[in-house]
Write a protein that binds this ligand. Sequence first.
Ligand code: F6P
Length: 545
Amino acid sequence: MALPKTNPTTTKAWKKLTDHFEKIKTEHLREMFAADEARGKKFTLLWNDFLVDYSKNRITEETLQLLLELADEVGLKDAITSYFEGELINQTEGRAVLHTALRAKKQDKIYVDGKNIVAEVYEVKEKIKAFSNSVISGDKRGYTNKAFTDIVNIGIGGSDLGPVMITESLKFYKNHLKTHFVSNIDGDHVHEILKELDPETTLFVVVSKTFTTQETLSNALTIKKWFLNHGSEKDIATHFAAVSTNTQKIKEFGIADDNVFPMWDWVGGRFSLWSAVGLSISLSVGFKNFDSLLSGANEMDSHFKETPFSENIPVILALLSVWYNNFFNAETEAIIPYTQYLNRFSAYLQQGIMESNGKSMDRVGNRTNYETGTIIWGEPGTNSQHAFFQLIHQGTKLIPTDFIGFKESLHGEVDHHNKLMANFFAQTEALMNGKRAAEVKSELEAQDISQEELQRLLPFKIFEGNKPTNTILIQKLDPKSLGSLVALYEHKIFVQGIIWNIFSYDQWGVELGKQLAKNILHDIESSEIGKHDSSTLSLLHFFKK
Ligand code: F6P
């Protein structure tokens, strides 16, 4: 069954939401909480060791009801079935979208072209396990018979961001291997990393779904050249591994069959960390932890697939995001993890969310007459409080914000953790309540200042409040909870794409720049510059002079 093609603005629910919005748009969260003591509990979901409190959102029970009606009207239920059953929902590329199969249970059966792909997934998982174990234990060694000490992941976009984010997030669980990531075409990136490496003890993992990506191939070739200054051509087989769908190109690069890890075109780059693209994760934290990550994601998959929408975490979070994006005209969303370990989480989600839902053609091929993908940004708390929170609190823009925190700290620094979490709770409370003129006034009166001074300062110290937040509170940051958290956002992306009637799993928008860069590279490297606009021409002349 193809995905539905409903323009959401033509649904009954959308019309009702439009009227409803007019009625509640100025209502203040402070008053909503005062009017209903049970509000906090009413809008909280408990699942595994996750608590998701979405009560500090500008919604009533009616809002929620209407948003759920919208989900029904656009055919979300059937769309979820199509997604999990491997239908070709990535229609513009003619592909299934089955990253969920990568974390399926061994006994599950998921078919692509009549073939059960779960068996293949488990074969590759076994290969990842054996390879990681032999590198970690030191059984697999470099060309001078020394054990490996460093792993370098060479990839970009989905072939970099997922592995970087997860290895950074699970640093606490890391083994002795040092992991490095080379992604940028900027040669200074690769050279800064090479400075730290010993060719005799470094394993390079080239990750590219297509094995045609300019950045990855250039970096891999530069590294190969550097390596050949030390080792020989035959040592490439020992020191290089590759992950790709393009096995022919890997062979041409000289990588030994034993070190080749396949992937499939039904895995989108930005959803591929669960595949062999996660090899550097498995190397860095061990296969057991990698597997726990997968099982955490699998549990979130079951929750998403089986839970009624009114209690379904990805569905609720997606609906709230649509509410702000399309009715309040909020353009951005912030994601603020209260753990330093998740410092790459927002950057990772930027690709997942913005490459997926940054589309303006609907599934019919018409330009949407409504807003789609949100802009995602964020940094860990508390650092972000001292950087950009001013704007969230007192700026002119409405920025719905997700706060992600953990009950336990990993190093057990209770004093620090209590302070961290005090800030975590304080921020959502402050954003919700704000500070009224009367409160500011009495605070100023307690200070020994003149009436005139008081009146002058008063307006600047008022906080409007009424700023929406979600609080995701998890027991502990471990591979399993991280897997569930990432899968939560993946499914949120899916739900939003269905509602916005767009294709979330292609990325044609990145192609044009790549094409032009090829032509411009020719202009830079040859004596003549081709035809360009006057701005690009003069920039090129200046660069070449
Ligand atoms: O930037 C576009 C993109 O195709 C991403 O979707 C993908 O993650 C990245 O490039 C890398 O592609 P590949 O894994 O094929 O090298």
